[in-house]
Design a protein around this ligand. Sequence first.
Ligand SMILES: CC(=O)SCCNC(=O)CCNC(=O)[C@H](O)C(C)(C)COP(=O)(O)OP(=O)(O)OC[C@H]1O[C@@H](n2cnc3c(N)ncnc32)[C@H](O)[C@@H]1OP(=O)(O)O
Length: 212
Amino acid sequence: MSKPVVLLGSGGHAKVLLGMMQRCGFEIAGVTDPAREPGSEWLGCQVLGGDDAVRRFEPDQVLLVNGIGSLPRDGGTRRKLFDEFTAAGYRFQSLLDPAAFVADQVRLATGVQVMAGAVIQVGVLIAENCIVNSGAVVDHECRIGRHVHIAPGAVLSGGVEIGDGAHIGTGAVVIQGIHIGSGSIVGAGSVVTKNIGARQIVYPARSQIQDL
Ligand SMILES: CC(=O)SCCNC(=O)CCNC(=O)[C@H](O)C(C)(C)COP(=O)(O)OP(=O)(O)OC[C@H]1O[C@@H](n2cnc3c(N)ncnc32)[C@H](O)[C@@H]1OP(=O)(O)O
């Protein structure tokens, strides 16, 4: 059995990960969140304290799970925690929900999280600390950089390449062979048919709300 896990964060993303880990039989050493009282309980887990409470364990005693979610323009807390604790010698556990499908010849790097209903097809490479969220599709031979969030229900067709730190919003659709640059944001519901450079944003068509 693997080492006990410390879960960083106790928001919505952490809650989903906790449920997945409980279904998979992980031993949870505790959860960190500076906003909660140390020693209190959160969903049956002991609150250890703020993020620095991780350091009461030696790096080889525990594995970490990054429970901080990732949204456009959120200041990058998820990425900072991953980089800080990786540099200090800790290792992040990758998590794969049993209800996700992952084909052959897929490589998931350290700390990648694949949620229920996600489909990852043959030959896909996903770098460190990415989230492939509920029901997202990453089709054959996509290349996904570090710290990318593919939000719920987004669809990447075959051979798409995504740079580090990009956000692919809920329900976005990206056609085959597209390149999306580092740090870019694809708004929820966008349909992407052209390459996108680094640090660009894609807005989809907006709903029109009118009185009847
Ligand atoms: C499990 C989870 O919950 S994971 C969370 C996943 N969530 C996502 O992927 C959300 C991704 N984020 C988005 O799509 C965002 O709305 C962004 C990044 C595109 C918004 O960018 P901002 O520049 O901050 O836009 P802002 O919120 O100020 O909205 C500007 C206008 O665009 C509209 N708009 C914003 N996003 C969208 C969108 N995705 N689709 C249609 N219209 C939109 C807003 O309604 C607003 O309209 P208004 O000017 O008529 O009032």
